[in-house]
Design a protein around this ligand. Structure first.
Ligand code: AN7
Length: 396
């Protein structure tokens, strides 16, 4: 059995309560009975539901999520002087982002609660994922997106899976306010990452990394937007240790975009509360978020793990996206490339070490946002396909 607990005042809530915030205003986490969990970490067939004994749901709405590859870097590794550098590519999920891990558990919970309507605000991937899982589970789905500011592929996904797409005037933070008001008023189940069941699914990234690598890595580097995923992965590694399965923890390293870096400011300025960024801006629209809802969980993850946070510019993100694709054959969306850009920046300033076993999390597929590539990298003007021209271009 599990229960929900406020991360600030400790107040307890039951699994049947439909609640997102504590009465004290803070947010909730699921507390799992680790005595009931099973050590299934044998290196075979990782998937979200392989770790069911750690998951607080009994229903299962699944599209075969998780089990994403953990690539050992072939070329970047040497370029940066690493001995062991890995890429956990979450773009290889059913809707091509890590959100599917959270949605399989969140939508299963919605079914358990008997909810018929679900909703989220989204910078794109959350809406694509919720739309797909709602279609699978035959639930009505409403998604609120910042008008004009989500990547084309993600919008196409939300539409084709049959969600009601509601563009909101404003940014993600305003869309989240709107959907929170609407879900309370109209009895709709909210599946943003303020819902603790989402993070329960996402913590399986930690389980899979340990399962695939056979050890806990020294460092995890990942993009931070609403700050749910960094919190979830940290929770996963902590549960593995508390269950007696592992005996070490990784250092959590969060990367934000320079135009949208409230958590980095908090970390660098030593603040103990978040000051929201009123006008977040970045080409990495997935993480264009000024008021991350899980900031306190993420802050604790970084603090407890002895981690750090860094910001990278749009130019650094685009260069890193191209570098990863052209050296490793892994095409990720701009937000995901911030892991790589962050690693480069932190290595350059000596904040992290090359002899660590490091895992970069790439959170979403590059085809989600093709415009980010076609608008930033020029291809040559068209030519005729005759032999003379071909010889001029291709040489001998
Ligand atoms: C590719 O879809 O917030 O720090 O509404 O799509 O857990 O928010 C997306 C977030 C990183 C940040 N990479 O994760 C949404 C949304 C990609 C993302 C993040 C997102 P969090």
């Amino acid at each position: 059995m599990h229960y929900l607990r406020c991360i600030t005042c400790g107040k307890r809530y039951e699994p049947t309560d439909i609640v997102y915030n504590c009465t004290c205003g803070s947010i909730l986490e699921a507390v799992i009975d680790l005595n009931e969990t099973q050590d299934v970490f044998d290196g075979n067939n990782p998937s979200v539901w392989k770790y069911q004994s750690f998951l607080p749901v009994t229903r299962r709405a699944s599209l075969h999520e998780g089990g994403t590859p953990l690539y050992e870097s072939q070329n970047l590794k040497g370029d940066f002087g690493y001995r062991r550098l890995y890429i956990k590519n979450e773009g290889e999920n059913p809707t091509c982002s890590f959100k599917d891990r959270g949605m399989t558990v969140g939508v299963s919970k919605a079914l358990e609660l008997g909810m018929t309507k679900v909703a989220c605000a989204s910078t794109g991937n959350t809406s694509a994922s919720l739309a797909a899982y709602s279609a699978h589970a035959a639930l009505d789905c409403y998604v609120m997106i910042p008008s004009g500011k989500i990547a084309l592929g993600k919008l196409a996904q939300a539409i084709i899976y049959g969600a009601k797409v509601i563009p909101i005037n404003g940014n993600f933070d305003q869309a989240l306010d709107a959907v929170m008001t609407a879900s309370k008023a109209f009895g709709i189940y909210l599946l943003n990452s303020i819902n603790p069941y989402r993070l329960e699914g996402q913590k399986t990234i930690a389980f899979e990394i340990y399962d695939q690598l056979g050890e806990v890595p020294d460092r995890i580097i990942l993009p931070v937007g609403n700050a749910g995923n960094i919190s979830a992965i940290w929770k996963g590694f902590k549960e593995l240790k508390a269950a007696g399965i592992t005996d070490s923890l990784p250092v959590m390293t969060g990367i934000q975009a320079a135009g949208s870096q409230p958590m980095v400011r908090m970390y660098k300025e030593g603040l103990d509360t978040l000051i929201p960024e009123k006008h977040p801006e970045t080409i990495a629209t997935a993480i264009r978020i000024g008021n991350p809802v899980s900031w306190l969980k993420a802050f604790n993850a970084v603090k407890e793990s002895g981690g750090l946070m860094e910001a990278v510019t749009d130019e650094e993100i685009l260069a890193a996206q191209r570098l990863l694709a052209s050296t490793e054959g892994i095409f990720v969306e701009p937000a995901s490339a911030s892991s790589v850009a962050g690693m480069q920046k932190l290595l350059a300033c000596g904040a992290i070490e090359r002899d660590e076993t490091t895992v970069l999390i790439t959170t979403g597929h590059g085809l989600k946002d093709p415009n980010a590539v076609t608008e930033s990298i020029k291809i040559m003007d068209p030519v005729d396909g005759d032999m003379n021209t071909l010889q001029r271009i291709l040489g001998e």
